[in-house]
Structures are given as structure tokens and as C-alpha cells.
Design a protein around this ligand. Structure first.
Ligand SMILES: *Cc1c(COP(=O)(O)O)cnc(C)c1O
Length: 647
């Protein structure tokens, strides 16, 4: 009774199975979990374990508000919680280590410059005097307006022109602790000149090119070929120049940044050690520096493996903090110099968890497309007969490898024969249908086998469906395309039911790169992910998580798909669903994306109306219908760039 067996299997699927399959707790950082009802839940605040927000309730409210998918959901509490956790961890470790300096962290806004994000971080960080970092003139303009706390640092990295430096000195005039970090020697010459001209003393930082190499994707950020920073010789020259100009006391900070998403803690320890030596030596030369800035690089465990994979990290936040604090303490004590204040520029670690993209599956692309009637007709080609022969004799005793080999070969030959006009279109269609049926049989026969021959191992992938999802990878998950970054994907509701389909995902751009076929499933990287069956009637919402760092702001308008509708969520203990939507930010309209590309949408609407009027005047379109077409064109211009799906 095969039926009762499959029923038993279905009912034996548990939340633990779902957890193992999708790894939600492994990458969720304590913020995401699968609830007993099978829905993904958000635990926005580690200090309030009873506050749990159910994605089903969020989706229901988004639909009720008639906000179109795909949407970005921002959990402001998660952002706040990350800021607090980072600061508290540093403060705890500093106290425990009896470290004499303080922690003065900054948030590098390039990781997510959204005003709401920056404001939330500044607000949550206020009790800790948490500051901001800018790496360009536009970012500096934003930071000058938003980091108004006189006790927090404003750190300026990146290449600078004279305007940049004037703005920095203007910040000094406003009483802010603006540190100009010298990336290139000539910047220091300019800084000294402008500062003397304006009569405003700078706070100077030096970025040192480290010998210690970060690992992972950004290892080019250190070493001799690094794009930024001063060599040891330049550090010495810079210090000497400051001294000669009577500005010795303005050199306050030593900076390094050996790359983002550092997978291996050893690289961090190494770099901290190296920077502590430089700091100590400069101190001994009479430069009383106050800060060592260890840059960014604090990683995120995107794949939940706690490993040195590029998408993971082999350390915890606490371990990272301890290595920085104890590393600096040890070297400074050996060198007999004061413990510096510690600056970090963690961006990814603060922002990654706070946002996710929710998209709907809008279609299924099966490898075989459709089945057609394969019954035999007279005089059909021998290749078709051969294929049917294999198909009709499939049984428990079939030699599966042989069936696979033969069918693959017949199909290849058939495709040649078709091009040579030897077999007809209908014959080719039948051959394809039979071929896929044979492959499905072979796959099913190997389903629970311990050993699968090498040739057949790709069958699960080649027979898997592609789920078409209403989003653009280039807008919403650009690193997944650009650098093969893994981002966790999971269904948001119904995880208490056994997923029945293995699929990869494709987006709605006209670009074959617009796909995701790298997932973490059962703790391993897989090209397919098990998902619920696709049905036209029941919506399947997928969440793409950890998109708050870089992805939110680096996306582009490939195919003119614009920014997403955004829903900002705050937790609220007294609310029956534990949350409320605080703000909705409309995504880009078609008009807006066209305008960016230099079109004039209102003129276009007039042109199209004119064409319609002409057809109406010629009697080819009835006037009422003409008005409808005109309105329709205008509505679409004002509308969302993504697919409109039925409610
Ligand atoms: C990008 C960058 C950061 C942020 O790094 P994360 O790994 O995201 O924390 C910090 N500092 C500098 C100089 C950067 O360029």
C-alpha cells in the first residue's frame, strides 16, 4: 500500500525537520525561528522573549493594506538590538579585561545609507556615544547632519578632495569629533594647508596598509597592493610632517581595515597585533594617539555553518570582541604604553539581520515543459521507436544506468537528426516527452539509494523545477549574483508540512543570470531547495534573509525594475500580533525609473494619447474604449515596476 506509506512519511515531518532543512536558527542570529504552527517568527528583541511576530500576520497585514509584493521588511527592533549588543559586549569585555580605554564604535553608512536605518542606529547608539563613518562626500554630508552627538566620533575614510576636507573642518567648527583618516599621503598635505588657511585644527587618523591578510572575498583590502592606506614608511613620513608643522598633537587615531566578512578569526588577531605594534611604536616616538580603529570585517554566518566558508565565520561576536580587547591590552602592556580607545566600523554585522525580502512564487518552469501523446504511428523514426522501447520496458528489474545512458544518447542523436531534417517536429516532441519520463523513473528508483552512480547524480538538479519569483536579483540580492554570496531562503508559512518540490529560483528579469541556485539545505550547500508545491490558488511566499547589509542599497535597475515597497515594523508587546507597521515607503514607480533614464513620462502619455485619438478619429477604436486605453497606459506609468499578481 504505497499510499499509507507516503501518508505516514508526511505526518512524520516535524518542525525539527524543517529547522534542519532550512537552518533558520543557524543563520537567524537569535532573531528568527520556526514556530510550533510552522510559520517563521521574528524575535526582535533578545530581552523580550515573549514578543514573537508571525510572518503570516505580517503578510496578512501587508495584503490588507494593499501593498504590492515584492516587499522589503525592516525590523527596527533588530537593528536597535544589534547596536546595543555590540556596544554592551565591548563594554562587558573591557570591564572584564580591566582594559583602560573605552569603546567608541562607529557605523559605516555605506553598508546601508537609508535615512531610517541611520537614524535608528544613531538613536539606539546614543547612550553609548556610538558614531558614524563616511567614505565619500555624499556620505559625509549625511553624517554631518545626522551625527550631532559631540561625544561620538565621526570617522572619514575614502579618497578626499578639498571640498571633502573643508566639510570635515566645518564639522570641527560645529564641535564634532571629526577624524580625517589619511588614505593617501597627498591628502595630509592638503589637510594641513586647508586647516591652516581656515584656522581650524583637524583630528588626524592614519590608515595603515597591513601586512596581515584578511581571508575571504575581500582579502585584497590589505597587503602591499591594497588600494587604501599608507605603508610603514609613509606612516613615519606623515608623522614627521605633522610634527614639523606643529601639529604633532593632532595625530589621534590609527586605522586599518583588512576586508569585509572575515571568515577566519586568526586574520583579525593578526591584524590587531600588527596595528598595536604600530600604535605602540608611534607612542614611543612621542605621538600620544588615543584611538586604534580596527575597521570592519566582523562577519555574518549567512550559511549557518560556523566555518571559514566565504559566507560564514568561525567565531562569535564575543570572541571577536575579546580578541580585539585582549590583543590590544597584551601588546600595550608589553610595550608599556596606554591602552587606546577602541573604534570598530562594523556595518555588516549591525545591519544584515534587520531586513528581508518577501517575494511570491508566480510560476513553475518544469524541465520537460509539457507531456504530449507519445503513442506510436506508422513509419516513425527508429530513434523514436528505440526511445519508446526503453520507456515501455521500465520495471523494477531495469538496469537503470543502461536506461539512462541509452536514453541520453538517443535524445542527443535525435536532436542532430532533427536539424538534418531526418525526424519531424512531432517525433522530436515525442522523443523529449519519453526521455523525461524515463529520467523521472530513474530518479524515483534511486530516491532512497545509498549509492548513486556519478552520471546520475545530476538528475535531481536537471529534473528540478525552477520557481519563478516576483523580484529582481539585481535589485534585491545583488551579491548573490555578483560574488556568489549565499543568502538564506525559506518559505515563510506552512513549514510544518513536508516540502514536496526540489527547485531552484529564477527572477523576472530577462537575464539568465537572474537566478538563485545556491542554498544551504541540511547544513550543506545545494543547488536546489525543497519547497511546497506551486499552485495558482494558494500563494507561496518566500523570504530571502540577511539582506540588510549592502543588498538593500547596492541594487540596480536592471530591466528597469526599481526599488521595492518597504514596510517598517516595530514590535509592540500590547498588540495582539506583537507588532505594528510604522511606515510604508513606496517603491519606485515606472515613471520614476523611466525619468532616471531620461524619458519624459508625461510627454510619453500625451504621445500615446495622440496615437489613440488618431485611431478613434479614424473610427478604428470606439471613443469609450480609447479613453480606457489612455487611462490604462497612465495607470501603468504610475504603477509598481514588478508583476501585479491577483489578490
Ligand atoms: C566597508 C568598510 C567597512 C564596513 O565593513 P563591514 O565588514 O561591513 O563591517 C568599515 N570600514 C571601512 C574602511 C570600509 O571600507
Amino acid at each position: 500500500m504505497p499510499n499509507s506509506k507516503s501518508k505516514a512519511q508526511a505526518s512524520s515531518w516535524t518542525i525539527e525537520d524543517a529547522e534542519r532543512t532550512y537552518g533558520v536558527s543557524s543563520w537567524g542570529g537569535g532573531y528568527f525561528t520556526i514556530g510550533d504552527n510552522g510559520n517563521v517568527k521574528v524575535l526582535p528583541d533578545h530581552n523580550k522573549p515573549n514578543v514573537k511576530i508571525d510572518f503570516e500576520a505580517i503578510i496578512a497585514e501587508i495584503r490588507q493594506e494593499k501593498i504590492q509584493f515584492p516587499v522589503v521588511i525592516r525590523f527596527h527592533d533588530v537593528l536597535r538590538s544589534q547596536v546595543i549588543t555590540l556596544n554592551e559586549t565591548f563594554n562587558e569585555v573591557i570591564a572584564e579585561a580591566k582594559y583602560k580605554g573605552q569603546y567608541n564604535g562607529v557605523y559605516p553608512i555605506k553598508v546601508n545609507q537609508m535615512r531610517e536605518v541611520v537614524e535608528e542606529i544613531v538613536d539606539a547608539g546614543a547612550p553609548y556615544d556610538f558614531g558614524l563613518e563616511a567614505g565619500s562626500k555624499p556620505e559625509l554630508l549625511a553624517v554631518l547632519a545626522y551625527n550631532t552627538n559631540e561625544n561620538s566620533l565621526t570617522i572619514l575614510n575614502g579618497y578626499k578632495d578639498e571640498e571633502f576636507i573643508r566639510l570635515a573642518l566645518m564639522g570641527r567648527k560645529l564641535g564634532r569629533k571629526v577624524v580625517v583618516v589619511i588614505e593617501k599621503f597627498s591628502e595630509l598635505v592638503m589637510l594641513i594647508r586647508v586647516s591652516k588657511e581656515l584656522g581650524i585644527e583637524p583630528i588626524v587618523g592614519l590608515r595603515s596598509k597591513m601586512q596581515s591578510k584578511g581571508q575571504g572575498r575581500w582579502q585584497g583590502s590589505s597587503g602591499e597592493r591594497a588600494k587604501f592606506g599608507l605603508t610603514i614608511a609613509e606612516v613615519i613620513k606623515a608623522a614627521q610632517l605633522l610634527e614639523a608643522e606643529g601639529l604633532k598633537h593632532t595625530l589621534k587615531l590609527l586605522h586599518f581595515h583588512i576586508g569585509s566578512q572575515l571568515p577566519d578569526i586568526r586574520a583579525i588577531k593578526d591584524a590587531v597585533n600588527e596595528s598595536a605594534r604600530i600604535y605602540a611604536e608611534l607612542h614611543k616616538l612621542g605621538f600620544n594617539m588615543e584611538y586604534v580603529d580596527v575597521g570592519g570585517g566582523l562577519g555574518i554566518d549567512y550559511d549557518g555553518s560556523q566555518s571559514t566558508n566565504d559566507s560564514s565565520r568561525n567565531y562569535s561576536l564575543r570572541e571577536y570582541v575579546a580578541d580585539v580587547v585582549y590583543g590590544l591590552r597584551e601588546m600595550c602592556d608589553l610595550e608599556n604604553v596606554p591602552h587606546p580607545n577602541i573604534v570598530t566600523e562594523s556595518g555588516r554585522a549591525i545591519t544584515a539581520h534587520h531586513s528581508c525580502v518577501v517575494t511570491e512564487v508566480v510560476g513553475e518552469i518544469k524541465p520537460e515543459g509539457a507531456d504530449i501523446d507519445t503513442s506510436a504511428t506508422e513509419n516513425e523514426h527508429i530513434l523514436l521507436k528505440n526511445m519508446r522501447e526503453i520507456h515501455n520496458h521500465l520495471s523494477d528489474s531495469t538496469n537503470l544506468q543502461e536506461a539512462f545512458n541509452d536514453a541520453s544518447q538517443w535524445k542527443e542523436q535525435a536532436s542532430q537528426a532533427f536539424k538534418l531534417r531526418v525526424i519531424s517536429l512531432v517525433e522530436m516532441g515525442k522523443i523529449e516527452t519519453l526521455y523525461w519520463q524515463i529520467m523521472r523513473f530513474v530518479q524515483a528508483a534511486y530516491k532512497d539509494a545509498d549509492f548513486i552512480p556519478e552520471d546520475l547524480q545530476g538528475l535531481d538538479y536537471s529534473l528540478s523545477s525552477q520557481y519563478l519569483c516576483n523580484f529582481s536579483i539585481f535589485q534585491s540580492a545583488v551579491d548573490s549574483w555578483a560574488i556568489g554570496q549565499l543568502l538564506p531562503v525559506t518559505p515563510l508559512v506552512g513549514l510544518n508540512k513536508k516540502p514536496v518540490k526540489n527547485c531552484s529560483l529564477v527572477d523576472i528579469t530577462c537575464d539568465s543570470d537572474g537566478k538563485i541556485d545556491q542554498f544551504v539545505v541540511d547544513h550543506a550547500v545545494s543547488d536546489i531547495i525543497p519547497l511546497p508545491a506551486f499552485s495558482e490558488n494558494e500563494k507561496c511566499y518566500l523570504g530571502m534573509f540577511l539582506t540588510g547589509a549592502y543588498q538593500d542599497v547596492m541594487g540596480d535597475m536592471h530591466n528597469l525594475f526599481g526599488r521595492l515597497n518597504e514596510v517598517h515594523i516595530f514590535s509592540h508587546d500590547d498588540d495582539p500580533e506583537d507588532f505594528y507597521i510604522e511606515e510604508v515607503i513606496k517603491g519606485t514607480t515606472v515613471e520614476q525609473v523611466l525619468s532616471i533614464m531620461q524619458y519624459h513620462p508625461s510627454a510619453m502619455a500625451i504621445d500615446v494619447k495622440r496615437s489613440i485619438d488618431k485611431e478613434v478619429a479614424a473610427g478604428k477604436i470606439p471613443p469609450r474604449e480609447g479613453v480606457k486605453w489612455t487611462d490604462f497606459y497612465e495607470d501603468c506609468l504610475a504603477g509598481y515596476t514588478y508583476l501585479r499578481t491577483a489578490d
